[in-house]
Design a binder for this molecule. Structure first.
Ligand code: GLV
Length: 381
């Protein structure tokens, strides 16, 4: 029972291609088998390319993107540490929730919903709170907001002796990200979004500044599973012999290695360009139908997760069900601050093609017209 295969054009996961699915049917390996360690080494090199980093402490967490967020927070923070969360949707609040559970003193700088943060807002919040850690999502999948000038935030963090954590779960591969050049101290991404790998294995990287903070901790990291100093020894990041930390899934490693290889074959720049061009085509189609994007400023729109205001009189659940029942196509609704207000259309990895854009536009139009009786403009036909 799994049924008809679905076209996953919600906010993720995306579809895995045949090569990735085939790779995941390889024989199971033990976590310390030499072949498994070799796959882990190849994945590390792939992540370094994707993140544009030379950090030796580059590895994967066995868990979804949330586990990357949790690993970043619990390794960097101790009781009472002041942390500032940049909020452009759901994810800054989620990071705050996690940081609070690890004992941090959490503060927020919030953008107006649908807008990116301004550099001024961030700088003022730094002056007010003097944080030890600043968090921002490059792309917030709940609102579709893309936060730019991360390199300026990197400089600001250095001036305030603060560590910069950037969530690139939904943006990596669809927008430029230069970890080292932009002075990002910790970054993690999702395997199941633009990379089109299996969910449950999260690439993450820590630079030397982040490792120094971890080394200087007065207290043990409050999670064994996410302790990067231990996990990094399993992943062979520190030049020491490999230790058993946990039983990583060789199946997920096979899948992720193949997914990364496919991106490397295309080249990061080509991949990013394809996502931007497809998103532009989608946005044009949406506007031609008389609908509106949720993020008013085009330069602050993610190209991977496209967020569209629901027209008056349309019930997104009915539209989404119609698309799934008739075409096995997933269109997502809102999340967090955008619940019941938007559709979210994912152009993630292999679904970022002109054909898929045209398909989703055609089905969206039909679904809206058939479930609400509203006739949309015809210009996109
Ligand atoms: C999950 O990441 C989502 O945006 O729905």
């Amino acid at each position: 029972m799994g049924g008809e295969s679905k076209i996953l054009m919600g906010a993720g996961p995306s579809n895995c291609c045949e090569k990735v699915l085939d790779a995941m049917s390889n024989p199971i390996l033990g976590h310390l088998h030499p072949e498994n360690l070799m796959i882990m080494d190849e994945i590390k090199e792939g992540i370094k390319y994707l993140f544009q980093t030379q950090n030796p402490a580059t590895m994967c967490i066995s868990g979804s993107g949330h586990a990357g967020m949790e690993a970043a927070m619990c390794n960097l923070l101790e009781d009472g540490d002041v942390v500032l969360m940049g909020v452009t949707g759901l994810w800054g609040n989620r990071a705050g929730d996690i940081a609070q559970r690890y004992g941090a003193d959490v503060h927020y700088v919030r953008a107006r919903c649908g807008y990116a943060l301004s550099f001024e807002d961030i700088r003022e919040a730094f002056q007010t709170y003097n944080p030890k850690v600043f968090f921002i999502a490059q792309g917030d999948s709940s609102t579709g907001v893309l936060q730019s000038f991360i390199s300026d935030i990197g400089d600001l963090c250095r001036r305030f002796n603060c560590l910069l954590v950037v969530d690139i779960v939904a943006s990596l591969g669809s927008a430029e990200f230069l970890m080292d050049e932009w002075k990002v101290d910790v970054a993690y991404t999702g395997s199941q979004k633009v990379l089109c790998g299996p969910a449950g294995i999260t690439p993450i990287s820590f630079n030397q500044r982040a490792l120094n903070k971890i080394k200087a901790r007065q207290s043990k990291v409050k999670s064994y599973y996410f302790d990067i100093t231990l996990l990094g020894q399993f992943w062979g990041c520190f030049g020491t012999s490999r230790i058993y930390h946990h039983t990583v899934s060789s199946t997920l490693l096979y899948g992720l290695r193949e997914a990364i290889a496919i991106v490397c074959q295309q080249g990061l720049k080509n991949m990013i360009r394809r996502h931007i061009e497809c998103s532009y085509r989608l946005q044009k189609g949406i506007e031609n139908m008389g609908m509106e994007m949720f993020v008013p400023e085009p330069n602050h729109r993610m190209s991977s997760i496209n967020v569209i205001k629901i027209p008056n009189g349309v019930d997104w659940r009915k539209v989404s069900q119609y698309a799934m029942n008739k075409y096995f196509l997933e269109i997502a609704g809102g999340l967090g601050p955008t619940v019941d207000q938007v559709f979210r259309i994912g152009l993630l990895g292999e679904n970022a093609t002109e054909e898929k854009v045209d398909l989703v536009l055609t089905i969206l139009r039909e679904a809206i017209q058939n479930t609400s009786g509203i006739t949309l403009n015809e210009r996109s036909k």
